[in-house]
Design a protein. Structure first.
Length: 84
């Protein structure tokens, strides 16, 4: 199974860039029919992780993927699962 990875550490304080990158990675996964995307917001205060989860919970985005998994072993990691 192939996987895409998006590390948000470098753009943690650039809200508009974060949204663009999240959109890009979701579109790329769909275009390439990749089943798993790993997003790394990092541990920090948890604000970036909350932003990512709010983004993924938007209706027009939510209908694109199968499910979201918060890594129980690593708080700073989120997986998006797609079904093709």
């Amino acid at each position: 199974m192939s996987k895409l990875k998006l590390d948000l550490h470098d753009i943690y304080n650039k809200g508009e860039t974060i949204d663009k990158e999240l959109n890009r990675i979701v579109e790329e996964a769909i275009d390439k029919k990749i089943n798993l995307v790993e997003i790394i917001p990092g541990k920090g205060s948890g604000q970036l992780k909350k932003k990512v989860l709010r983004f993924l919970n938007q209706g027009h985005i939510k209908k694109l993927y199968h499910r979201v998994e918060k890594d129980d072993k690593n708080f700073g990691r989120i997986f998006i699962h797609f079904r093709f």
